[in-house]
Design a protein around this ligand. Structure first.
Ligand code: ZN
Length: 469
């Protein structure tokens, strides 16, 4: 079998490189305070650089007739070769990245595309379908609720777009860029969605078992990152395509770009169902496949258990009367899961998940009557200044916090100082910019790091208003 320059086989990755990668990561995380995603800057950067191997560009043969293209854009796309055609699972972001992957796939098969399957409706999985089909007219499979994930929050699209740019670090300089946690930085995004082809076959809510191009294939409805998700199972090859309910990072149970509540319990259950199949390979929606029955099954079971544990701990804390600020600092992964390479918080974080679960179950109110009618920010800032002994003293405290590299506190004080009419607002802004960059350097969680750096740049360039909402 000819292999293109991107190719490498999965067994080599899983046995060799992945082991080294895993040991490296575990050694690095020994210095990390669990439950948080900050460490010393050198370690944070080394961790993010190590994670880079998870989306190194290449086509991986995951079974005799199954190929996965990693790193051609943010997400993965896979090809299953059947008797008289191929099946494509997920189609990347736009026609150019998809054409690149389609060309790489043709090294292994030039049979016509009989079916395209969308695991869910996120843009990085559906935008390049046209590049795979050529003259063929494939069936295009999606769930009944396909598209529901993006339809609900249209009213706040303007701010979601800004926050999306920050979370993914889309406007960061090459020197500031690392990656996106489960995807490389610097993807070509100009043709977003231009190759999308609408679904023609609806997978019913009860799922579907069928044969396409001689391949037995099962569609299992599996809500998680989105409500319209499904996973795909090849019972003969024992290959499982997880969509975005599994990848090599703690899951993004909440996205800081702003999303509606992702039902965490459903997510845990969906991944548990995947584990119950004992796959020989699991192909994630992003990052490298995991091969070997024991490794693949354990990864899925651990993932399901991790989500469930964060949910259960949060619910227990809620019922004990604790608020989200407290719980975000208390809840952590059970010890036996903390060093699993697929649960390191490169993309999702436990504290963000805790807050999302709180809000998803109870809404914004933390149950404490003090917070029912909080002071307006400007009034509170004035009172904080009085408490400090005046605006000059509050400003001095802010500067001192920055000096001591107490970045979070420096930012919180700058958020008071910025409201004061008699304060040096430029200094408050400068302080916040410096604190954001200090925090960013310590972050190994890619969305946090990208958000801090992007926001610092926006503040510096004057794109944000005086009180920089
Ligand atoms: Zn995705």
């Amino acid at each position: 079998m000819s292999k293109n320059r991107f190719s490498f086989d999965l067994s080599r990755f899983t046995v060799g490189a992945a082991k080294a990668w895993l040991l490296g990561i575990v050694a690095l995380t020994a210095t990390v305070a669990h439950g948080q995603t900050q460490t010393d800057p050198d370690t944070a950067l080394r961790m993010l650089n190590a994670q880079q191997q998870q989306f190194e560009k290449g086509v991986i043969q995951v079974a005799e007739n199954v190929f996965t293209a990693v790193g051609f854009h943010g997400a993965n796309t896979s090809m299953i070769v059947g008797t008289d055609g191929v099946i494509i699972i997920d189609t990347l972001f736009g026609p150019s990245s998809a054409a690149d992957a389609a060309e790489a796939f043709r090294q292994y098969s030039d049979k016509p595309v009989k079916a395209i399957i969308y695991t869910h409706s996120h843009g990085d999985h559906i935008g390049g379908a046209s590049s795979f089909v050529g003259n063929a007219k494939p069936d295009i499979y999606a769930t009944e609720s396909f598209g529901s994930a993006e339809g609900v929050n249209k009213a706040v699209d303007p701010i979601k777009q800004k926050r999306n740019v920050r979370q993914f670090g889309r406007k960061l300089s090459p020197a500031e860029s690392t990656n996106r946690g489960v995807a490389p930085a610097g993807t070509k995004d100009g043709d977003r969605g231009e190759g999308f082809l609408p679904p023609t076959v609806t997978v019913p809510n009860s799922g579907l078992k069928t044969t396409i191009a001689g391949i037995d294939i099962e569609f299992h409805i599996s809500p998680g990152e989105t409500d319209d998700a499904m996973f795909i199972w090849l019972p003969s090859e024992k290959v499982l395509f997880a969509g975005d309910n599994f990848y090599n990072s703690f899951p993004n149970l909440y996205a800081i770009r702003g999303t509606a509540y992702r039902d965490v319990l459903n997510w845990s259950e969906s991944v548990g169902k995947m584990a119950a199949l004992n796959p020989h390979v699991v192909v994630p929606g992003h990052t490298m496949p995991i091969a070997g029955e024991a490794a693949a099954t354990a990864a899925l079971q651990d993932y399901s258990d991790a989500i469930r544990s964060v949910y259960d701990q949060t619910v227990r804390g809620i019922n004990a009367g604790k608020g989200p600020d407290q719980l975000a600092h208390e809840v952590e992964l059970p010890e036996h899961l903390q060093d699993k390479p697929y649960l390191i918080q490169f993309y999702g974080t436990v504290p963000h998940a805790v807050r999302a679960i709180y809000c998803g179950l109870l809404g914004w109110y933390d149950g404490n009557p003090t917070t029912l009618n909080r002071l307006e920010p400007k009034i509170k800032a004035k009172k904080m200044a009085q408490l400090a002994g005046g605006t000059a003293e509050l400003t001095a405290q802010m500067e001192s916090a920055l000096e001591k590299q107490d970045y979070q506190w420096a930012m919180e004080l700058s958020d008071h100082v910025k409201w004061l009419d008699d304060a040096d607002r430029k200094l408050a802004r400068k302080t916040k910019i410096a604190a954001l960059r200090g925090l960013a350097a310590r972050e190994y969680n890619a969305p946090n790091r990208n958000y801090y750096l992007s926001y610092a740049n926006e503040l510096e360039s004057g794109q944000l208003s005086n009180v920089w909402f």
